[in-house]
Ligand binder design. Structure first.
Ligand code: 3PG
Length: 212
């Protein structure tokens, strides 16, 4: 099974992947539960806070209904640490030889970032055909991705970075977009306030987003 197929199976049609920054690991479990209640079972916990691995471990272990991945993975070492902590998939902002080697040695699928045609072709040559497009808005947005549909027809993307409920459909309507990701579903201030009801409501709205 290719990484792309494993990822598509794991995501199971979920069109929005919450990208999470969790400062206090105590918030990981209630946050993952709130998102799952809102219909977003697949979540990405980024390694952008000192205790992110602990947050990931708790969510992966304690929230059965969640499918927890690790984001912002920059090195093979972080790939291994995140897998050991229970990550079901690994997201990275770009592709490096070290990450490709780690992915080859692991059953955990990698969703790596690529923007330029050359980066996308290099990932494709390495057997990776489901890629993150990051930072989506800053890199050229939906118009840029649309221009890739014809020349690189067999690669699908998960755009993230500046994607929100407002521009979600610009991306979801593209043939080469499988899902989108973003932090708008669980903003830092709502996580810090422990406002799980508000996050559940945002998740519920996001979970209804579909191509139109
Ligand atoms: C990511 O890592 O995917 C992005 O940082 C999420 O971007 P956003 O905060 O603009 O949604």
């Amino acid at each position: 099974m290719t990484a792309a197929n494993t990822l598509i199976d794991l995501f199971a049609g979920q069109t929005v992947i919450p990208v999470l920054r969790i400062a206090d690991p105590a918030n990981a479990v209630p946050l993952a539960r709130a998102l799952a209640r809102g219909g977003l079972r697949v979540i990405e916990i980024t390694l952008r806070t000192p205790d992110a691995l602990e947050a990931l471990r708790r969510a992966a272990l304690e929230v059965e209904e969640a499918i927890v991945g690790a984001g912002t993975i920059l090195s093979a070492r972080q790939f291994e640490q995140a897998s050991a902590a229970g990550a079901k998939f690994i997201v990275s902002p770009g592709v490096t030889p070290g990450l490709l080697a780690a992915a080859n040695d692991s059953a955990t699928p990698l969703l790596p970032g690529a923007i330029t045609p050359g980066e996308i072709m290099a990932a494709r040559e390495a057997g990776l055909t489901f890629l993150k497009f990051f930072p989506a808005e800053q890199a050229g947005g939906a118009a840029f991705l649309k221009a890739l549909v014809s020349p690189i027809a067999d690669v699908r993307f998960c755009p993230t970075g500046g994607v929100t409920a407002k521009n979600a459909n610009d991306y979801l309507n593209l043939k080469n977009v499988a899902c989108i990701g973003g932090s708008w579903v669980a903003p830092d201030d709502l996580i810090e306030a422990g406002d799980w009801n508000a996050i559940e409501a945002l998740a519920r709205e996001a979970s209804k987003l579909r191509p139109i």
